[in-house]
Design a protein around this ligand. Structure first.
Ligand SMILES: *Cc1c(COP(=O)(O)O)cnc(C)c1O
Length: 421
């Protein structure tokens, strides 16, 4: 029996309606920008497996570092103990994170990184004797699937059954050129009417919403307004982190720095599940007290897993190398040219790019997981290109190691799809 058939017996897949979903494809191998199915077909990973494998699948440098670490030390409890990979990773992160970040807290995945960030913010105020019970978030944001992260997420496709159980969250639209004044005044009003603890946001690019961009100057104003009211700014860089927007972090496109940053996905290069919530000294200091419960009593068993740390250290080596920075430039330039080319296509409503992120909104109505969207997905797969359109938005977020001819193959598949649809 094939993997795909055996899978049917016992496996429950994420984001899947099993009543009518096609059988999943059995994947047996991945290397660089490619993976292979059990029948031997290859596919270009056009979204770097949800933007994790940015240095290419099974990258030799990363695999070597992780294998070596595996022989040296596996998991030890991270309360009361520390180890070289965690300490070294914290030092490496200080070299690339926004300059106000000082402390590194470890979690398991993107959702729990956000969850921890929100708990830090709520307890920050609690420890100062202030009752602040409201979070601010963008409409259509996505922050993960645990309860806190889900509460902050505005994408109702995922939230329906749970909304009655959410934390208190108020929402503002993302700032664009034409609505900035309106958004600022809306935020002012929300701040005056609620006890706001924190603002959770995806800086510059809302990933799950369909790679939607907003203005850096606009975001800057919102952050300033929040910080003037001691509302902690939590940048969810789970998607944007580690070079996607052309800088190491999207927050580095702004002058106003976030108080807390959430990292995962490309952090460990697709090799191990791990995440980080970093914060400024000001946040950390609010937890220092003679009273033990003023500390942050939040832990995950696999905190600072040495293998995840080793993968992350090796990933940062690559990210900061000249070769890789040139690759990011190369992909950025290539995307810009493709945006120019497709913008005027009659079936394209808008095309945009930032760093290695390319997004094309089609001038066609489509449900997020509807029939037409699924046909597009199948078309791309038939061309040997893995892309996961978000409704009528096609996006490409390739591994940095993708070659120009592999990129061209993705663009060709998109051109072909625009004719076929
Ligand atoms: C993927 C994602 C998350 C959730 O991360 P998981 O590891 O899937 O829990 C949170 N925020 C953003 C911006 C993401 O893209």
């Amino acid at each position: 029996m094939s993997l795909s058939q055996r899978d049917r017996n016992h496996i429950w897949h994420p984001l899947t309606q099993h009543q009518n979903a096609p059988a999943p494809l059995g994947i047996v191998k991945a290397k660089g920008a490619f993976f292979w199915d059990e029948e031997g077909n290859d596919y270009i990973d056009g979204i770097a497996s949800w933007y994790t494998a940015m240095y290419g699948h099974c990258n030799d440098h990363i695999i070597a570092a992780v294998s070596e670490q595996m022989r040296q030390l596996d998991l030890v409890v991270f309360t009361g103990f520390t180890h070289e990979p965690a300490v070294q990773l914290s030092e490496k992160l200080m070299g690339i994170l926004p300059s106000n970040q000082q402390k590194i807290f470890f979690n398991d995945n993107g959702s729990t990184a956000v969850e921890a960030g929100m708990k830090m913010a709520l307890q920050y105020h609690f420890n100062k004797g202030q009752k602040r019970d409201t979070l601010i978030a963008f409409e259509e944001g996505f922050h993960g699937d645990t309860f806190g992260a889900m509460s902050a997420s505005g994408l109702s496709v995922y939230n329906g059954p749970f909304e009655d159980f959410f934390l208190k969250v108020v929402r503002i639209p993302t700032p664009k050129k034409d609505n900035l004044e309106e958004v600022v005044s809306q935020l002012k009003q929300l701040i005056s009417e609620n006890e706001c603890a924190a603002f959770v946001y995806e800086p510059l690019v809302q990933g799950a919403a369909g790679m939607k961009f907003h203005s850096a100057e606009g975001l800057e104003q919102l952050l300033q307004l929040c910080q003037a009211n001691d509302i902690l700014c939590i940048a969810d860089e789970v998607m944007t982190g580690f070079g996607k927007t052309g800088k190491h972090f999207a927050s580095l496109h702004l002058d106003t720095l976030p108080d807390i940053i959430c990292l995962s996905k490309a952090l460990t290069a697709g090799v191990a599940p791990m995440s980080i919530t970093s914060c400024s000294q000001k946040v950390f200091d609010a937890f220092l007290d003679e009273e033990i419960t003023k500390g942050f009593f939040h832990a995950h068993t696999y905190s600072a897993h040495p293998l995840g740390c080793a993968a992350a250290i090796a990933g940062i080596d690559l990210l900061t190398s000249e070769t890789l920075q040139k690759d990011i430039q190369r992909i950025q330039t290539s995307h810009e040219a493709f945006v120019k080319e497709v913008t005027s296509h009659p079936k394209v409503k808008e095309a945009r790019s930032l760093g290695v992120i390319l997004a094309i909104d089609l001038a066609l109505e489509m449900d997020r997981y509807g029939k037409l969207r699924n046909e597009m997905y199948q078309y791309f797969m038939s061309q040997g290109v893995f892309l996961r359109p978000l409704g009528n938005t096609i996006y490409v977020l390739p591994p940095y190691v993708i070659t120009n001819s592999e990129l061209e193959k993705i663009y060709s598949a998109i051109r072909g799809m625009l004719e076929a649809i």
